[in-house]
Design a protein around this ligand. Structure first.
Ligand SMILES: C[S@@+](CC[C@H](N)C(=O)[O-])C[C@H]1O[C@@H](n2cnc3c(N)ncnc32)[C@H](O)[C@@H]1O
Length: 291
């Protein structure tokens, strides 16, 4: 039973920073070459599967970069997030069973939304038909056995993978606080809790996936896709920085209740400093091609 639920507000707040981070990673990731390598034959639309799609941020970033006609199957266990897609695409409300259509510069996308728990439903997805299976901001939630299932399903069908925005554990604050390291450690331990897909790998997910895929014969590239949250100049970044501070503090307190006073002090100081602070949050993007 999954406990990984994410608010629509949180996903909306992070989307522009996700997009900027992915855009900066696209060059070092050799994304253009990856797209060319996986492009379907002329005349056939792209077929893309998006795992744990939330409200569609991955599609909104990636579809214009693939270009042309596309058929996306997007899956999430959270029906409420799936039901919010039409509003996000400024389309009339439509039942989950009805496909959506999204046209943007250079692409024409039909979207089928499917409620699926990826703990149980991973292998039943159309791996063989997909030109690429993708996810964003998912892998820190999953355990090693699930990650091995993901790699195994991909390898069985020689499916390319594109996994974006995986946290790598770095929180770099432009102004230091004496409790940063302590809160960071508690937060990382809390992140390892099981959210329904096994004991979560957190920052260890990408190194584990990279070595598993390489052992299965994949060529793997990774690139840094960090968030830069400049609380001095950008109200959206200030808001996201403060949401992160609140989230890290409550996770740290839940992890070790003996540290409540110390963490509350950190939270208060960090909150007050946020409009003078740039926070860099470490992420990695990964793409992998079967050789
Ligand atoms: C951090 S959000 C990322 C959402 C989206 N990919 C994005 O980039 O905005 C993680 C997503 O994983 C989904 N999720 C978590 N556990 C899941 C599971 N067992 N099966 C399917 N989806 C799951 C959540 O509902 C949520 O939409």
């Amino acid at each position: 039973m999954s406990t990984a639920h994410f608010s629509a507000d949180w996903l909306q707040q992070r989307e522009p920073f996700d997009a900027a981070a992915r855009s900066s990673a696209a060059g070092p990731l050799h994304l253009d070459a990856f797209v060319e390598a996986v492009r379907p034959e002329p005349g056939r639309p792209w077929r893309v599967v998006d795992l744990a799609c939330g409200m569609g941020a991955n599609l909104r970033w990636l579809a214009p970069r693939l270009g042309g006609e596309q058929q996306w199957l997007v899956v999430d266990h959270d029906a409420d997030l799936l039901r919010r897609w039409p509003a996000h695409f400024q389309q009339p409300t439509r039942a989950l069973e009805r496909p959506l259509r999204w046209t943007a510069v250079g692409c024409d996308v039909s979207v089928v939304r499917q409620q699926t728990d990826l703990m149980t439903g991973l292998e039943a997805l159309p791996w063989a038909a997909a030109d690429v299976v993708t996810a964003s901001a998912l892998l820190d939630l999953v355990g090693l056995p699930w990650l091995q299932r993901l790699a195994g399903a991909a390898a069985q069908h020689r499916t390319p993978l594109l996994m974006a925005l995986n946290v790598d554990g770095r929180h770099i604050w432009s102004l230091q606080d004496p409790a940063d390291a302590k809160v960071g450690r508690l937060f990382a331990r809390h992140q390892a809790r099981d959210k329904g897909m096994g004991r979560a790998l957190g920052a260890a997910a990408i190194p584990a996936l990279q070595s598993t895929l390489q052992a299965l014969g994949y060529r793997v590239h990774t690139a840094v896709s960090d968030w830069y949250l400049d609380g001095r100049t950008d109200p959206g970044a200030l808001q996201l920085q403060r949401a992160l501070i609140a989230g890290m503090a409550s996770a740290a307190m839940e992890q070790d209740r003996r540290c409540i006073d110390q963490v509350m002090g950190w939270r208060k100081r960090r909150w007050a400093l946020a409009d003078q602070t740039v926070l860099r949050v470490g992420h990695l993007d990964l793409c992998a091609l079967p050789s």
